[in-house]
Design a protein around this ligand. Structure first.
Ligand code: UT7
Length: 328
């Protein structure tokens, strides 16, 4: 039987922001909107979209290499690679296998997971469990999305929201807890609230096939996220055995600045807890949003090694996952 480590911890972070800065002015005409409306309703000022030489794979590799360098772990020590994404356009094989090979890892277990915007927190929970169960020692966890390719430029409810990027962490064994218990779940009754516009079979049957895009019933998701996620946040703190006052950082999925504020109010976050607001300049990058948001907090001097952060993510399916993390 494999022997697991007592605990797991995040050893290092790497991020990659897509290179093209796209201000609101560039998206409003096609949806009859305005910079003021987008900022007021979502908090987004600009988003990042890929340049001509960037792909989901290149962004994933960039973030992964930086995560390995910052954690001081060699690619050969990685025995599992998990990519959380909903924008890898190959049904099979998994992007994780390609990335693992390109990084120079040695035949690790490698797979993708589909849990939309909650994917990074799902993958982190899996890594934590694998290390403690002894089925892996060092796990590379990646959230990566190329959403600009799956965004309709004329869909009023989503054209201004999404961005591209990747974030990765290396998770390894530890004597002390670095990742708290996960609280996760889904509500398949609301399967249609955020969805791919068309099934691939419908695309093939069409006379004028088009890339499917993400559609969203924004109001439904907004209400669900604002109220239900604050309860999940509290449950996560309770299961971890800490109080909201013990947190240093609140890093929710970057879906909408008003949802972030509503959750912070409902949780009664004390003043000293720094809140991630990466969405303003990055847009919503689904599975990549939490590591990207953490990256900005380091860059802006808001996050420091050893800080206690609450990660909480939610999205299509309506799936969600949250955990408390001691950041590297
Ligand atoms: O990452 C996955 C999880 N995703 C989310 O959590 C997203 C959650 N939802 C949201 O972020 C928000 O629902 C949106 C930002 C998408 C929309 O904001 P909203 O405050 O829910 O707007 P709404 O859809 O209720 O529309 C309000 C008004 C409507 O006009 P009336 O009926 O009040 O006259 C819309 O027709 O704004 C109008 N509208 C727009 N106006 C300018 C809707 N879309 C636009 C637009 N530009 N793009």
């Amino acid at each position: 039987m494999p022997v697991g480590a007592p605990h797991a911890t995040v050893l290092g972070l790497g991020i990659h922001r897509a290179e093209r800065i796209v201000p609101n002015a560039d998206v409003i005409e096609a949806i009859d909107s305005s910079d003021a409306w987008i900022q007021q309703r979502s908090g987004i000022r600009e988003r990042r979209w890929v340049g001509p030489d960037e792909t989901l794979e290149t962004m994933t590799l960039e973030a992964s290499r930086k995560a390995l360098a910052s954690s001081g772990i060699d690619a050969a020590q990685i025995d599992a690679v998990i990519v959380a994404t909903c924008t890898w356009t190959m049904q099979t094989p998994a992007l994780a296998t390609k990335v693992a090979h390109a990084l120079g890892t040695q035949s690790p277990v490698a797979f993708d997971i589909s849990a939309a915007c909650a994917g990074f927190c799902h993958a982190l929970a899996l890594a934590n469990d694998m290390i403690r169960a002894g089925t892996a020692r060092h796990v590379l966890v990646i959230g990566a999305e190329l959403l600009s390719e799956m965004t309709s430029r004329t869909d009023r409810g989503t054209a201004f929201i999404f961005g591209d990027g990747a974030g990765a962490v290396v998770v390894g064994p530890s004597e002390v807890p670095g990742i708290g218990p996960v609280v996760w779940g889904s509500d398949g009754e609301q399967f249609d609230a955020i969805r791919q516009s068309t099934d691939w079979r419908e695309v093939l049957a069409s006379d004028s096939p088009e890339m499917p895009y993400i559609q969203m019933d924004g109001g439904t998701v907004f209400r669900w996220a604002s109220f239900e996620m604050a309860k999940v946040a509290q449950e996560t703190l309770d299961r971890t055995g800490i109080r909201v006052e013990d947190l240093d950082l609140f890093i929710p999925h970057q879906a909408n600045m008003r949802i972030i504020d509503a959750m912070a109010r409902a949780m009664k976050l004390p003043e000293h807890v720094r809140i991630a607001r990466d969405i303003a300049e990055q847009g919503n990058t689904s599975a990549a949003s939490i590591p990207l948001a953490l990256g900005r907090m380091y860059d802006e001097g808001q996050a420091h090694s050893g800080d206690l952060a609450l990660f909480i993510a939610f999205g299509a399916g309506l799936s969600y996952a949250a955990q408390v993390v001691r950041i590297p």
